[in-house]
Design a binder for this molecule. Structure first.
Ligand code: NAD
Ligand code: TYD
Length: 356
């Protein structure tokens, strides 16, 4: 048995691959990891798997149908776990084209290749085959302060080019199940944080800027609410869905942990004051309010009762334990941070924050 993972050199994908091969129940099942190594993909994340025969890394694009066909024919995976995506809302505002290409066209290509492959399977192999699609709570749009959290039946109301492209991919996955019977499952997860998180997203950006004594750019009033989940818990949720999820079903995954951005930034500052005090003063002195993101969603919140009820999944990490581990991880991985803050990263930071 083999898994085909897409985007397994990115933040969540690399955590998933590392966890999969370290968890006793799954460690014996090899992973073929297809990743285009965009700015967000990094083989350093997988360095501990160097020379490990259970991990086959393939540098390639999910829009390359011939390559995907070849990988399916050669490795005959029992499941595809699809992480590969353009994932940053701010980048989707500056350049939406790549989001349509990878998130929509790429998902379409994978679905068609999976359908062709699945149609050749028979008996137990055909029964067992799964296409698992990894998606986001952002497809549901923005909540008011007292609205109930997103359930799986919440209407789709994506507001950014990123969330619209993910919503489109979700609809394709649903249609390939409904029309062709492809055995799909899907998860829509809230904001993740943890090791290997690229420092363009809120939490790692605030940690690395605070360590460098740079401004901590909070968009608008900083009262936007996200539901934060430690990445290892997202990985365990996907493992549960792969093992026991019902075909054709979507499961919302979240941390029961809604927090406004300002609270997140203050927590990061407090932890750094404790773990790496700055002689110049408390890190919170660096907090700077900047121009808001266009179309900024005010609140996301996940109702994760379905996955708990059906599959017995709940997050293992609290925010206090997860954020402490995350800050400590960045402190321990200064080399990784320095390497990803390459020329391309600096260009992005100046493009995104210059006019704010
Ligand atoms: P990421 O940007 O860190 O990683 C994406 C990975 O996909 C990178 O390794 C990149 O090289 C690869 N990739 C991009 N385009 C590709 C292509 N055309 N072909 C092959 N590989 C390609 O993203 P992430 O934060 O790890 O997110 C992974 C998935 O989880 C995405 O589908 C995202 O929508 C979803 N998700 C993310 C979050 C979050 O908080 N980060 C929350 C919910 C859902
Ligand atoms: P982000 O990590 O980009 O995730 P998403 O937009 O997918 O939720 O942003 C999380 C929140 O933090 C979001 O409300 C935007 C805000 N934010 C800032 O205030 N400043 C920043 O520099 C960044 C990157 C995000």
């Amino acid at each position: 048995m083999t898994l085909l993972v897409t985007g397994g050199a990115g933040f969540i994908g690399s955590n998933f691959v590392l966890d999969w091969l370290a968890t006793p129940e799954t460690a014996g099942e090899p992973v073929v990891n297809l990743d285009a190594l965009t700015y967000a993909g990094n083989r350093d994340n997988l360095a501990t798997l160097e020379g490990d025969a259970r991990h086959v890394f393939v540098h390639g694009d999910i829009t390359d149908r011939a390559l995907v066909d070849r990988l399916l024919a050669e490795h005959r995976p029992r499941a595809i776990v699809h992480f590969a995506a353009e994932s940053h809302v701010d980048r989707s505002i500056h350049g939406p084209g790549a989001f349509i290409r990878t998130n929509v066209q790429g998902t379409f290509t994978l679905l068609e290749a999976a359908r062709a492959h699945w149609s050749t399977l028979q008996g137990p192999a055909r029964e067992a085959f799964r296409f698992h699609h990894v998606s986001t709570d952002e497809v549901y749009g923005s909540l008011g302060p007292s609205d109930p959290a997103f359930t799986e039946d919440h209407p789709y109301q994506p507001n950014s080019p990123y969330s619209a492209s993910k919503a489109a991919s979700d609809h394709l996955v649903r249609a390939w199940h409904h029309t062709y019977g492809l055995p799909v499952t899907a998860t829509n997860c809230s904001n993740n944080y943890g090791p290997w998180h690229f420092p363009e997203k809120l939490i790692p950006l605030m940690i690395v800027n605070a360590l460098a004594g740079k401004p901590l750019p909070v968009y608008g009033d900083g009262q936007q609410v996200r539901d934060w989940l430690y990445v290892g818990d997202h990985c365990s949720a996907i493992r549960a869905v792969l093992a026991r999820g019902r075909v054709g079903e979507t499961y919302n995954v979240g941390g029961w942990n809604e927090k406004p951005n300002m609270e997140i930034v203050h927590t990061v500052c407090r932890l750094l004051d404790e773990l790496r005090p700055d002689p110049a003063g408390p890190h919170a002195r660096l907090i700077t309010h900047v121009k808001d993101r266009p179309g900024h969603d005010r609140r996301y919140a996940i109702d994760a009762r379905k996955i708990e009820r059906e599959l017995g999944w709940r997050p293992a990490e609290t925010f206090d334990t997860g954020i402490r581990k995350t800050v400590q991880w960045v402190l321990d991985h200064g080399d990784w941070i320095a390497r990803v803050q390459s020329g391309a990263y600096r260009e992005w930071v100046s493009a995104n924050y210059a006019a704010r």
